[in-house]
Each structure stands twice: as structure tokens, then as C-alpha cells.
Write a protein that binds this ligand. Structure first.
Ligand SMILES: [Zn+2]
Length: 348
């Protein structure tokens, strides 16, 4: 079969090439690929900045945003051939730490977790892949290819769950939620927020293209500019850009008792000239929280599957701005100006 492979930490090493069939030891459920999403992490791995090959090998099969059709469910009684499933990405560390021991591998404490397509386990950008019982989520069959949006939706399902957990801290009735960044994660965060009946505003640099209208079509508000100019202080911010100035803007302008949930991963950037002590003082005096959210466990995959099943199919379809055959992986890894989500279509 063919697969998209990469030599981690070597820039420009991505190839679509012949590889052996998936090893039976990697799971009793055999799946044929329908689609695989391309995200910033894949671009980072392809650029040589990140990623780990499986032990004893030089190359890793790329891809952690999956959608596949079951060919052989093996002894897994809940599956039938033809079912659409998505693979869970992370596997618990071998110790395991307390969080991995209770199935919260997204909260792993020792960093020895592994991840399909990222860290030491082959990913899903192959014509066929295998998965273990307990590490997949069924997708509403009516979603078809749109089920490939499930994994990015788990990221926001977790972020929203973490915001909900903040209600245990104090009496808190969040209503106005700001999402910064209208990429796929920001868009899906807005989708879930509207489904949960929050008043959602999405802020992005885009002034044209599909994003502003897509946000409005959800029933949310689209805006450009700075958070301080919104005319209100958001009760919570779901930060999806990873950009330093946006993070600082969010921290300084969230309402008292509010929460800033960081989901974007950036790096570097210039100092804003702000004093850390001044930012800390604002946080203390306003009882604010800043928290980071990464990865997802089975519960978040379940919630994400529910969110997608309830979403308008034509709206989800507009999120996928390009479908590319796996042989053209290099094109898929290039970000176009109008791109929101690019997917590899294994059935094109
Ligand atoms: Zn762990």
C-alpha cells in the first residue's frame, strides 16, 4: 500500500511511497482510509521542526486527523464492516502516570505518551491502517467525508469542557465568549459555542474571503481589530492564534473572574514591553485564569462526534476549502490564502 511518510527533523523529507501493510500488532481493527486532515502540526513535522519516528525506524507515517471505513472489525463487537471511524491520537505512557492510568492521557504528567502520526507511532495518512479496540470513535454515517473534522473538534470540545470546569471555582455565568483566530480550530470553537447557546464573537485579521460570512452564518459575530475595542469585556476567551500580542490582549481585556483558554501554539515574537508583574497584578486583582489546553481523551472524542452530528452539513463542508489526493501531499502542506482546512482525499 502507499502512505505519506516523513523522516522527522529532516526538512523536505515527505514522500508518498510504498510501505508494508499495517502490522497486525498495531490493532485488531482494519480500516481503509477515506480522508486525512492536514494541520499546522503536520506542516511543522514536514518542515523538520518536530516529530519522532517509531523506535528503530527512520521514517514515520504522517497524519493524526483521520477518517476511515472499517474493512474488518476483528473481535470488536460494536463495529460492522463499512462503519466510519476516527482514530484517537494519543496513547498512554507505559508507566503509567496517574492521569494516563485513568484514561486522561491528554493530561499526561510525565510526557512519555505516544501519538499517532506525531510521536513514535505511525499515523493515518496510509491507504489502510489498523486501530486497537477502545481507541476509535464512530462517526455519524451521514457526515461522510466531513467526519475528518472530528479530531480538530476534539480540541475545542476539551477547551469548552475546561471552561465549564471553571464554574466549580466560583459563581460564574459566562455569556459572552470571544474566539480569537478564525482558522479551523477557531471556527469549530465557535460552532460548539453557538451549539451550547453562548453569545460568541470571533475575531480574526481576515476582512474578505469566506470566514466573516461563515461566522455570521453560525449566528455568531465576526470582528477585526483589538479586544480592547470590542465594547465589552468577554467572560472567556478561547485563544486559537498562538500569537503573543493576541494572547496579551486577551489576558488584559477578559472580564473580572474570566478565563483565557489558550489552544494555539506559537513561538518567539517580540516582547510587548509589558511588565510580568503588572500582568500578574491584573490577574490577581480580577481573579482571572489563564489555562492551556492540548490533545483530547475519549470523552472529548465522544463530545466532538456529538457536535459534528448536530452541525449543519453545508457549513462544515465550507470549512474544507481544499481536497487533495495523497500523491499531492506537498501541495496540501502549502497554505493557500483562502484555506481553512485542507484534507487528503483517499477516494478521489
Ligand atoms: Zn501519562
Amino acid at each position: 500500500m502507499k502512505a505519506v511518510t516523513v523522516e522527522p527533523l529532516v526538512a523536505g523529507s515527505v514522500r508518498y511511497e510504498e510501505v508494508p501493510e499495517p502490522d497486525e500488532g498495531s490493532g485488531s481493527i482494519l480500516v481503509e482510509a477515506v480522508a486525512a486532515g492536514v494541520c499546522g502540526t503536520d506542516v511543522e513535522i514536514a518542515s523538520g521542526a518536530y516529530g519522532w519516528a517509531p523506535p528503530g525506524r527512520e521514517r514515520l507515517i504522517l497524519g493524526h486527523e483521520s477518517l476511515g471505513r472499517v474493512l474488518d472489525p476483528g473481535p470488536e463487537g460494536s463495529l460492522q464492516p463499512g462503519d466510519l471511524i476516527v482514530g484517537i491520537v494519543r496513547r498512554p505512557d507505559p508507566v503509567p502516570c496517574p492521569n494516563c492510568a485513568v484514561g486522561e492521557w491528554d493530561m499526561c504528567r510525565n510526557g512519555r505518551y505516544t501519538e499517532r502520526g506525531i510521536k513514535e507511532i505511525d499515523g493515518f495518512m496510509s491507504e489502510r491502517w489498523r486501530i486497537e479496540p477502545g481507541y476509535f470513535m464512530k462517526v455519524d454515517p451521514s457526515l461522510g467525508l466531513l467526519g475528518v473534522l472530528l479530531e480538530p473538534t476534539t480540541v475545542v470540545a476539551k477547551a469548552w469542557e475546561l471552561l465549564g470546569a471553571m464554574r466549580a471555582r466560583a459563581f460564574w455565568q459566562p455569556r459572552k465568549i470571544l474566539v480569537t483566530g478564525a482558522g479551523p480550530i477557531g471556527m469549530l470553537a465557535a460552532l460548539v459555542g453557538v451549539q451550547w447557546r453562548f453569545d460568541v464573537t470571533v475575531m480574526d485579521r481576515a476582512t474578505e474571503g469566506a470566514k466573516p460570512q461563515m461566522v455570521r452564518d453560525l449566528g455568531a459575530t465576526f470582528t477585526n481589530g483589538a479586544i480592547g475595542d470590542l465594547g465589552f469585556k468577554p467572560d472567556a476567551v478561547i485563544e486559537c492564534t498562538g500569537a503573543g500580542p493576541v494572547i496579551i490582549d486577551a489576558v488584559r481585556n477578559v472580564a473580572a473572574g474570566g478565563v483565557v483558554c489558550l489552544t494555539g501554539v506559537g513561538s518567539g515574537g517580540v516582547s510587548s514591553g509589558l511588565s510580568v508583574a503588572d500582568v500578574g497584578r491584573d490577574l490577581v486583582l480580577q481573579n482571572n485564569v489563564i489555562l492551556g489546553s492540548v490533545n483530547a481523551n475519549r470523552r472529548h472524542f465522544y463530545r466532538a462526534a456529538e457536535a459534528l452530528a448536530a452541525a449543519d452539513r453545508s457549513w462544515l463542508d465550507r470549512l474544507i476549502t481544499r481536497r487533495v489526493t495523497p500523491a499531492h501531499i506537498a501541495d496540501a502542506l502549502e497554505r493557500g490564502p483562502g484555506d481553512i482546512k485542507v484534507v487528503l482525499d483517499f477516494e478521489a
